[in-house]
Design a protein around this ligand. Structure first.
Ligand SMILES: [Zn+2]
Length: 240
């Protein structure tokens, strides 16, 4: 029985280890997703700047169309001017033309502003793209490392699952049945290793009588508080 308990305790340690590996395997894809989101939010900034550049170009085209329309208008005034009969009418068209020419200057100034803005946006995009390439490389390397780590843990899980199977093959079938039943009820913590005179899981102080039976008796001892199988390493074994 004592030896049987040793195997149960080793099995518990193996199950603990498997649970830890599974937790890592579950966690890594979440971390990768976080990194991908961070990386992509950086490229979103570039996309926004490109959109801004596109708006700028559309605004410029609109201003250029305005100039064409104004020139058209001026052309028409000039045609009409040829047909005028009075000086007053002539003056009227002349001042309209001057007004529209001044308008063209105003619109041209706006176009120049837009061109300057466009240069600034393009510089910004170029800087952001260079920056992004560096950042993306770093992110991609980190993601690659994490995927390698994920592979490592998946292999480790398979290996330890095989070791667990071997352990179970060595265990007393009756003890194994008790272990498996408790495993479900006790959230995977079945065997409590007793340090000095406390239950290793619930930390309750164990009565001296049970403690001595734990060492002397071959019976399966259960923690009176948490219901787990108590296991105590004998001194020589603990030292080893
Ligand atoms: Zn306990």
């Amino acid at each position: 029985m004592k030896e049987g308990l040793d195997i149960l305790y080793t099995l518990q340690l193996k199950d603990d280890q498997l649970r830890e590996i599974e937790a890592v395997i579950q966690e890594i894809p979440l971390k990768i997703k976080e990194l991908e989101n961070e990386r992509d939010s950086r490229s979103d900034m570039i996309e926004k700047a490109k959109k801004k550049l596109q708006n700028n170009s559309e605004e410029r085209k609109k201003l250029e169309r305005e100039i064409v329309a104004i020139r058209d208008k001026i052309g028409k005034y000039k045609e009409q001017m040829k047909k005028v009969t009075t000086n007053k009418e002539f003056q009227g068209f002349s001042s309209e033309i001057k007004f529209e020419e001044a308008n063209i200057v105003g619109v041209e100034e706006k176009i120049i502003e837009k061109m300057i803005e466009s240069d600034e946006i393009m510089n910004g995009i170029r800087d952001a793209e260079n920056e992004f390439r560096k950042i993306a490389d770093a992110y991609n390397q980190q993601i690659k490392d994490m995927l390698a780590n994920l592979d490592y843990h998946k292999n480790k899980l398979a290996e330890e699952a095989r070791n667990k199977k071997d352990l179970r093959a060595k265990a007393d079938p009756k003890l194994l049945k008790v272990y498996d039943n408790l495993f479900v009820k006790k959230a995977g913590k079945v065997v409590s290793c007793v340090q000095t005179d406390f239950c290793g899981v619930c930390n309750i102080k164990i009565r001296p009588q049970i403690l001595s039976e734990l060492v002397l008796s071959d019976d399966l001892m259960i923690c009176e508080s948490c219901g787990r199988i108590l296991f105590k390493k004998i001194a020589a074994e603990a030292e080893a």
